[in-house]
Ligand binder design. Structure first.
Ligand SMILES: *Cc1c(COP(=O)(O)O)cnc(C)c1O
Length: 436
């Protein structure tokens, strides 16, 4: 069944029931745990291995895989990144705290983000090996902080706005176009580089990011050319870093299969960096690839329980116990999803359904117009490719409690995040306390 390729690699159908890592999903969800997220360790590992072996095959210089933590970060995931010695890319104080608490050592923490606060910058100075600077305001703050912390200061990379966009499903997932809010233009970046030199700040690299969930590496090439031009002009020699990003895509729906090839992506980047450096007589940079989604998306599956099924004209609404509060991606950018029934995977009777959640928005929809086995009250459904940008974007809308997360490995489950409780919802509420 083609749809099964969207699921983690350890997924099997056993007696018409879905299993992952040898575990029966219905049994896991049965303890009143839905909506429930599960992550398959084997799928996580295999994505890292694909990146690392492609880098080893195609890039002769030093190379590192960085996990863009904003796709999904928690202590267990931070711990897992260190089993593979990944760098963890954090946006701001909150993610830095999760990574550090999860045991990511300073040299493996990289901090990026647009408009970092002084608190973010201070936290980066204490816990990160690298700061990717987005603009001159940040850089002048850093120059001030450098005079206090100069004995142990993170490397500085500058974020370039390449002015070249990649094709993504939605404009909200593009970041590299000429009028984007991210990074510095060519001229701004050169000014920033001079500023670093003047203040003796440890400028070590160039970073850019063009968009998320794209599947054609072609537009990366002119951006790499521009970054190499700037590297030459700045005069990098010896140990310098280049992070051309990023955001390699995954298939969310069977119409988008096969999953975009990681090998082709890495090869395209590696070849153009090698060629571009030769042309300019530049030393090969330490190459950093910065995937988020393509490391974790396929490893995650969301499991929901069906409540009512409503038939309205030509629509069959299957109403589930989660939705936009744990997965806002359909509401935010029209992302397409598929699902399978958990206990009657290939049912004798099928129908075309739309799946919606319990929240008070008509846009609280997970998927539309998908053929599945016929579902009824009490059935479970599994939504694949739920590992990235679901839980990290989850909200408490309508008082929703964030779901529990299970880690599945070799026939065993670990609970890596418990479900939020009503007490959690109330912990930061103070009532009408005086403010003085
Ligand atoms: C979001 C982001 C990534 C990862 O994007 P994905 O689509 O999750 O792979 C990488 N680098 C930067 C700077 C980002 O902001």
């Amino acid at each position: 069944m083609k749809r099964l390729e969207l699921f983690p690699i350890s997924t099997r159908i056993v007696n018409n029931r879905l299993t992952i890592a040898g575990l029966d999903l219905a049994s896991l969800a049965d303890r009143d745990l839905t909506p429930l997220y599960v992550y398959d360790r084997e799928t996580l590992d295999s994505a890292v291995v694909e990146y690392k072996s492609a880098l080893a095959s195609y890039y002769p210089g030093p190379a590192t895989v960085t996990y863009a933590g904003k796709a999904f970060l928690c202590l267990a995931l931070a711990q897992w990144t260190q089993l593979h010695n990944l760098i963890v890319d954090c946006t701001g104080e909150g993610e830095i705290a999760i990574a550090s608490t999860g045991g990511v050592p300073r040299e493996n923490v990289l901090v990026h983000g647009v408009n970092k606060s002084i608190i973010d910058l201070n936290s980066a100075i204490h816990h990160a090996g690298t700061i990717v600077v987005d603009n001159m305001v940040e850089l002048s703050h850093l120059a001030g902080l450098f005079s206090i912390h100069s004995t142990r200061f993170p490397d500085i990379w500058l974020r370039l706005l390449p002015g070249v966009s990649v094709t993504t499903h939605h404009s909200h997932t593009q970041t590299g176009q000429h009028n984007s809010k991210f990074g510095m233009t060519r001229d701004e970046l050169l000014t920033a580089a001079k500023f670093c030199k003047h203040h003796k700040l440890p400028l070590k690299g160039i970073h850019f990011h063009q968009g998320s969930n794209f599947r054609d590496p072609e537009p990366l090439l002119p951006a790499i050319e521009l970054a190499l031009d700037l590297a030459k002009e700045i005069g990098f020699s010896g140990n310098w870093h280049l992070s051309p990003g990023g955001g390699w895509g995954v298939a969310y729906h069977e119409d988008e299969l096969p999953h975009p090839s990681i090998e082709n992506y890495v090869r395209g980047i590696a070849e153009s960096v090698i060629e571009g450096c030769q042309k300019r007589e530049l030393v090969l940079p330490h190459l950093h690839l910065e995937p988020g989604r393509s490391l974790v998306a396929r490893a995650g599956v969301a499991i929901y329980r069906v409540g009512a099924v409503k038939r309205r004209g030509n629509k069959v609404w299957v109403l589930i116990d989660g939705g936009m509060a744990d997965n806002p991606r359909h509401a935010m950018y029209g992302a397409r999803y598929a699902c399978l029934a958990v206990t009657d995977v290939s049912g004798e009777r099928s129908e075309t359904i739309s799946v919606a959640g319990p929240y008070c928005e008509s846009g609280d929809v997970i998927l539309e117009g998908l053929e599945t086995s016929r579902l009824k009250e009490g059935d479970l459904i599994a939504v694949p490719v739920s590992g990235a940008y679901h839980l990290s974007m989850a909200s408490n809308y309508n008082g929703a409690r964030k779901p529990a997360v299970l880690w599945l490995e070799n026939g065993k489950a670990k609970m890596i995040q418990r479900r939020e409780t009503v007490t959690d919802l109330l912990t930061r509420d103070l009532g009408l306390l005086p403010f003085d």
